[in-house]
Design a protein around this ligand. Structure first.
Ligand SMILES: Cc1ncc(COP(=O)(O)O)c(C=O)c1O
Length: 228
């Protein structure tokens, strides 16, 4: 077994350098604690970038994964998937939406939202209503459409030309958003609280005003809740 330094050296040889990584190789977790390859213990405030919200290796989660793995490992979307349907029913009953689209990442969810907004607008409002307004400082993912939606130049360096049809406004500035809506706008896309942008909370009432504006101007409102 390698220690942390050993894993860093091995990673350099075979792992694409798409992320700046800490020289720590977690090998075991329990609740909110992690242990690395050198045996050091950590309180895990990162939580897999905010997604391990049940902690590491909770016995009930482990049991559910084990039980499922013994029954059926993978089943494609060509079939009806009972577990997926049951989860969708729970989400529809407890959240706001009428239907659920399952995917593997935040970027894919946002890609789907961008595609849905464009398709809906094309079918219901005509050809030229495809622009989406997003916020400066936002982060929506690392695919081509989502780096285009992201309101930060640095994520686009080296990848231009990006997808056209995005306008950016300062986050939390309702007047700026209102002024940017044109006859070409089909949707507004926002994080309710910006995450990667530095945990930016908008002014009180901002989101309510955005909701009303979208209703009045017949725009779709896409809320990226990947971190919230
Ligand atoms: C607000 C927001 N949207 C989208 C993403 C992209 O999610 P993923 O890394 O799962 O593609 C992130 C990731 O940090 C995010 O914070």
């Amino acid at each position: 077994m390698s220690g942390n330094t050993g894993w860093v050296d091995r990673a350099k040889r075979v792992i694409a350098a798409t992320y700046g990584r800490y020289p720590i190789a977690p090998v075991r977790g329990e609740g909110c604690r992690l242990w690395d390859a050198d045996g050091s213990e950590y309180l895990d405030f990162l939580a897999g970038v905010a997604v391990n919200n049940l902690g590491h290796c909770h016995p009930k989660v482990v049991e559910a994964i084990r039980e499922q793995a013994e029954q059926l490992i993978h089943c494609s979307n060509f079939y009806q998937i009972p577990n997926q349907i049951e989860l969708a029913e729970i989400l529809c009953q407890t959240a706001f939406a009428g239907k659920v689209f399952f995917c593997n990442s935040g970027a894919e969810a946002n890609e789907a939202a961008i595609k849905l907004a464009r398709k809906f607008s094309r079918e219901h409002k005509g050809e030229n209503r495809y622009e989406i307004i997003t916020a400066l400082g936002s982060f929506h993912g690392r695919t081509m459409a989502t780096i285009s939606a992201t309101g930060q130049e640095k994520v686009r360096i080296g990848f231009t030309p990006t997808l056209e049809g995005f306008r950016y406004v300062p986050f939390g500035d309702f007047e700026a958003l209102e002024k940017t809506v044109t006859s070409k706008t089909c949707a507004v896309m926002l994080e309710p609280i910006q995450g990667e942008g530095g945990v930016v909370v908008p002014p009180e009432g901002y989101l309510r005003k955005v909701r009303t504006l979208c209703d009045q101007r017949d725009l779709l409102l896409i809320l990226d809740e990947v971190q919230t």
